[in-house]
Design a protein around this ligand. Structure first.
Ligand code: NAD
Length: 366
């Protein structure tokens, strides 16, 4: 199969982890006989520095003519004082909107080898396997009006949360469809005791559930869900929620399973999917070669599964990551006292090696 991709390394640790993800992708493509066509473009701070636009026209054109996009991360303190439309994050939001990527899937899985890396007790986190389905094109991040107006000392800031029934219904259906293939449970997270958006959300989700009699639907307020996520993470199956709540809860889920650096994501629903680790550009560790590349590498697995329906290849990457972790390899975010961390590139190389071994073993047994 021809895999035509746009690679957007972005800022901070984005290029470091994306480099390893591409090496893993190349190993899988070679092992399974796929042809890769990769084009690299800029986004975020890197694009702002080069062209004063966080999402240049040639980047969006390349993405729209690809089969999928692999992204690192955007964001840099150097741009924190820029106006909103000229911030790196504005490039990412525009990319998601231009590509119609309304469904953000964020799996949070506790790898057995990493039970001791969670700040929670191993018996609490063992078996955690959550799929967070986050609405990605609505809510506070996109709502208008938005502004800061007035004179210093008496300024007023406005953001707007809006949700329409069609936007709620289409993301709810993604969650129910996924639940049908998993544990058949959807927890819809909202703040219906306070917000009109959440009341409409709850009503529409409840209506959709009637088409999925095999799926058990429950509702929870976001504050209560945040607490339950650390008290009993393994009780969750699919979490369905709006844009900002999903952003926050998925980082929390990253902490629960050991590190944010492990979490991958798929942003789908439009013509071209975007695949990126959940973490940001991590300026505090950028350039040190210590970032965990596994979130980016596992995002390649999600890309092969969701954009190309290459389940064998996706599983090969996931099994390779498990094998490397079972061998005891850890980046700095996962080590315990006395352990020696692997660098970003050493971790990536080990996954490449494991992919090659697993693919060779599969060929021998075929
Ligand atoms: P962050 O996710 O970049 O970092 C949070 C913490 O997790 C930091 O301590 C960081 O060192 C650590 N961390 C993150 N990824 C890691 C990895 N792969 N390996 C090891 N440790 C890792 O969030 P932040 O610090 O709040 O934001 C930094 C910048 O990233 C900001 O400009 C923000 O806007 C941006 N951001 C971008 C995205 C994205 O591109 N999708 C997402 C979140 C934040």
């Amino acid at each position: 199969m021809l895999l035509k991709l746009t690679i957007l390394p972005g800022d901070g640790i984005g290029p470091e982890v994306t480099e390893q993800a591409v090496l893993v992708l190349q190993a899988v493509a070679e092992a399974f006989g796929h042809h890769l066509e990769l084009e690299q473009k800029t986004i975020g701070g890197a694009a702002l520095a080069a062209s004063n636009d966080p999402l240049p026209a040639d980047t969006i054109k390349a993405c729209l003519t690809s089969s999928a996009v692999l992204l690192g991360a955007v964001g840099s303190p150097a741009f924190d004082h820029y106006p909103n439309h000229l911030r790196p994050e504005a490039g990412l939001l525009r990319l998601r909107r231009e590509l119609g990527a309304y469904a953000n899937l964020r799996p949070a899985i506790c790898f057995p080898a990493l039970e001791d890396c969670s700040p929670l007790r191993a018996d609490l986190v063992r078996g955690t396997d959550i799929m967070i389905v986050r609405e990605l094109l609505g809510g506070l991040y996109f709502g208008e009006p938005r502004s800061i107006t007035g004179d210093p000392g008496s300024r007023i800031a406005i953001n707007t949360m809006t949700y329409g029934e069609p936007a709620i219904e289409r993301i709810a259906r993604v969650a129910f469809d996924l639940a049908m293939k998993r544990g058949k449970k959807v927890l819809s997270v909202d703040k219906a005791n306070v917000l009109e958006c959440s009341r409409l959300w709850r009503e529409v989700v409840t209506r959709c559930a009637k088409d999925y009699p095999g799926v058990q639907l429950s509702h929870m307020y976001v504050d209560s869900a945040a607490m339950s996520l650390v008290q009993r993470p393994k009780d969750f199956d699919v979490i369905l929620t709006e844009n900002m709540f999903g952003d926050i809860l998925s980082d929390q889920a990253g902490g629960v399973v050991g590190s944010l650096g492990l979490l991958a994501s798929a942003s789908i629903g439009g013509p071209v999917g975007v695949y990126e680790p959940v973490h940001g550009s991590a300026p505090d560790i950028a350039g040190k070669g210590i970032a965990n590349p596994l979130g980016a590498i596992l995002s390649v697995a999600l890309m092969l599964r969701h954009s190309f329906e290459l389940e064998r290849e996706a599983s090969c990457i996931e099994n390779a990551v498990s094998a490397v972790l079972n061998e005891g390899s850890r980046t700095a975010d996962l080590i315990r006292v006395g352990e020696t961390p692997k660098s970003t590139s050493a971790m990536g190389s080990q996954v490449v090696g494991a992919v090659k071994e697993l693919a060779a073993a599969k060929r021998r047994s075929a």
